[in-house]
Design a protein around this ligand. Structure first.
Ligand SMILES: [Zn+2]
Length: 383
């Protein structure tokens, strides 16, 4: 966009952005560029919160937000865009209130939906740049491929426990997410933050880096994280970058094999057709009824030992998932075995493993101890 075509700044905006205007690398021209920019945030959660707060404060003219979730008490340890009074509200409604308060000059566009292969191209096409704040592989590959197809820069970050990474993908000359990770990991191998935990500050660090990179890309200032992956180790207090090269064999940005979006749940093994979908499951209500009847059930908790301090089921014994292969001699294949974890995904991996080594009388507790709390005993804490 030529400078003449950029929107003018009002006197109120000149006052608000004065600390930017005196920066030579921003100045009035850069601030008008920010005002003209349209940035889409995929996810209004841990990464999206700081990214949206800073992009709004910085004066990015239009912010689009994609999310379909509702604010839960367990979000507030890191999702700083939302507050205690927002529990139960949609994240987008909460985000709109907070962002409008930070900067009423920003136009907010809500997309209250899950980003899917059916809507991603249409939604992303309306923006200059995407900030990927998703928490799952299917949406991450979807966002990447849509950005490559449309030629929109994708400011990426991901977090787990005490570690995070960030980069800028899908620019005209840089690599994309698939150049770095061609295929998703096998389903269940990498736990989600809900299963594995995350330090609340970490998405704050990484989401703020995403906002920084987005602003640099809009301004054309500095050296963006194009062709570089930033690795953040919060426990070790170490930041380092590694080079990521564009892969000529990348199916997205190299060979151009991916010309349209695919079924990302199937690609990542996370949706229908999931390898765990045909596992025998038992609901918490059914399990409670069987236990009340006095059925002989070996109830195995595959969570970690420290999770017992938060919530436990009477009569269960602990075999953390990683120790299961070496504890098989303690499991009698003639008895009924029910495995459970926090929400059902680690135990699905456990049930799947037991069946693969010959156990036939194995059930996965659907929804884990969380479902037990919701359906059977509210005194068992959820976390
Ligand atoms: Zn690529």
């Amino acid at each position: 966009m030529t400078t003449a075509a950029l929107p003018e700044l009002s006197p109120a905006e000149l006052r608000r952005y004065s600390r930017h205007l005196i920066l030579p690398d921003v100045a009035i021209g850069g601030q008008r560029r920010l005002k003209a920019a349209r940035v889409l945030l995929v996810g209004a959660g841990g990464l999206g919160s700081p990214a949206a707060l800073y992009l709004a404060a910085a004066g990015v003219g239009t912010l689009g937000l994609v999310d379909f979730d509702v604010v839960d008490a367990s979000n507030l340890q890191r999702q700083i865009m939302h507050g205690t009074r927002d529990i139960g509200r949609s994240k987008l409604a909460s985000a709109r209130d907070r962002l409008a308060d930070i900067n009423p000059h920003v136009r907010l566009e809500s997309h209250e939906t899950r980003l899917t292969a059916a809507n991603a191209l249409e939604i992303i096409a309306g923006y200059d740049l995407v900030v990927d704040g998703t928490d799952n592989f299917a949406t991450r590959y979807l966002t990447n491929d849509a950005c490559v197809i449309l030629g929109k820069p994708n400011v990426y970050a991901s977090i787990f426990r005490f570690e995070g990474q960030a980069s800028v993908f899908a620019t005209s000359d840089g690599p994309c997410y698939r150049c770095l990770f061609r295929e998703p990991p096998p389903p269940g191998l990498v736990p989600s933050c809900a299963e594995g935990g995350v330090l609340g500050v970490l998405p704050g660090l990484l989401g703020t880096i995403q906002a920084t990179e987005a602003i640099k890309v809009i301004l054309g200032a500095g050296d963006a994280l194009i062709g570089r992956l930033l690795l953040v180790d919060a426990l070790g207090a170490r930041f380092r970058t590694v080079t990521v090269r564009r892969d000529p064999a990348c199916p997205a940005c190299g060979t151009g094999e991916i010309r349209e979006l695919i079924d990302y749940d199937q690609f990542c093994g996370t949706g229908v057709g999931d390898t765990t979908a045909d596992l025998p499951q038992i609901t918490a209500t059914e399990l409670a009824a069987r236990l009340r009847r006095g059925d002989d059930i070996d109830l195995i908790d595959v969570r970690e030992a420290h999770e017992l301090d938060i919530a436990r089921l009477d009569g269960a014994r602990l075999i953390p998932l990683a120790q299961l292969p070496t504890a098989l001699h303690t499991i009698d294949s003639a008895r009924d075995v029910v495995v459970f974890c926090k929400s059902g995904s680690r135990s699905a991996a456990a049930a799947s493993h037991l069946r693969s080594v010959g156990y036939r009388r194995v059930w996965n507790l659907r929804g884990g101890i969380t479902a037990w709390s919701n359906e059977v005993d509210p005194d068992v804490a959820t976390y």
